[in-house]
Design a protein around this ligand. Structure first.
Ligand SMILES: [Fe+2]
Length: 345
């Protein structure tokens, strides 16, 4: 396995680059905008293909690298379903699996620092977000933070993991890089409380100044979405209402770009074909399924995904290789559902 802990000294942020092998798919957790060139260089040196960029929560102390990585690698952006970020490609909920080739992470909803905080469990280690830090815990006094919820996320979820589980936090300001659940249980001063009331009281007395970057970072991190408007301006987008009238017509091929787990969980538009986003490039090249479908029939290729992010990227990619009938469902399944579109399970 490739496991790289990367550090941004300005914000004290740890980012994690993961892959099962050289030459394989990679995932990055909590990338920082200013470090994107460094990540891409390392990804190239290790011969990796970045397919997912994940934020554990809406950050207040740095600008996320999610949008820049998406623009430069066409990777999928991922956050929890509670996030206020405008558009990410994929939203997870508690218990969902975050997968890339050869690796699976379990999403564990651990609110408290923010209401959109997720930890990720991977075998012998857990990425604890800002919920559990080394000898500390994330502040709970802004961004819908809630120390009562955080107590539950800590004592009800993370501290129930085996003592030897390695703890990799999203931040450290003292130079520590890794801990274990057992070590934190014993030596983390915030965890030496006897009740939720005591924890709430402790957290209410911290009196921390707001992060320096907060007024810049939070608004920037909420607007991470791809400009789907630019695709729409070129005439390559249909609203859910327009798409409803196209359903069942023989001249349209609906292509679902989501992963199997998303299809099973949320359902699919009747009559659609499945081409998962990672397989898109191959499918739109000469000899690929979508390429042949578009060239040998008069069918319009209508891509869709969860929120319209992956499908907007797919339209651009397909148009780039000359598939001029490619378009997408703006807003994805989310918009389709809100417009009353039917779904099959
Ligand atoms: Fe944070």
């Amino acid at each position: 396995m490739i496991f790289r802990q990367l550090f941004d000294q300005v914000s004290g942020t740890y980012s994690y680059l993961l892959a099962s092998r050289r030459g394989g798919e990679a995932l990055i957790i909590d990338p920082v905008l200013e470090k994107v060139d460094r990540y891409l260089q390392l990804i190239k040196e290790l011969d990796l293909n970045l397919v997912k960029a994940v934020d554990t929560h809406l950050h207040a102390d740095h600008i996320t690298g999610l949008g820049a990585l998406r623009d430069r690698t066409h990777c999928i952006t991922v956050m929890g379903e509670q996030t206020k970020a405008d558009v990410v490609s994929m939203r997870l909920s508690d218990g969902d699996k975050l997968t890339i080739e050869g690796l699976t992470l379990d999403a564990v909803y651990t609110p408290g620092h923010t209401d959109d905080s997720y930890s990720f469990l991977m075998g012998d280690r857990v990425f604890t977000c800002d919920t559990l830090l080394i000898r500390g815990t994330g502040r709970t006094d802004f961004q819908n933070g809630d120390s009562r919820q955080q107590y539950e996320s800590l004592f009800g979820r993370l501290l129930k993991l085996p003592d030897e589980t390695l703890v990799f936090p999203a931040h450290d300001y003292k130079g520590d890089t890794v801990s274990t659940i057992g070590e934190e249980k014993r030596y983390n001063p915030r965890l030496q409380v006897k009740s939720v009331e005591e924890y709430v009281d402790l957290m209410s007395k911290l009196n921390l100044p707001n992060p320096k970057m907060m007024d810049v970072a939070v608004p920037a991190n909420i607007k991470v979405g791809l400009a789907q408007e630019s695709i729409a301006k070129r005439g390559w987008a249909f609203t859910a209402e327009q798409a409803l009238t196209m359903l069942g017509k023989p001249d349209v091929a609906l292509i679902d770009l989501r992963e199997r787990s998303e299809r099973e969980k949320y359902g699919t538009i009747p009559g659609s074909l499945h081409v998962p986003y990672p397989a898109l490039q191959e499918s739109i090249q000469t000899g690929g399924m979508l390429h042949e479908l578009a060239k040998s029939t008069s069918k319009r290729i209508l891509f869709y995904c969860a929120f319209g992010e992956r499908s907007a990227m797919a339209v651009q990619a397909a148009q780039d290789v000359g598939l001029t009938s490619a378009c997408h469902l703006q807003g994805g399944i989310d918009a389709w559902r809100k417009a009353g579109g039917s779904l099959v399970h």
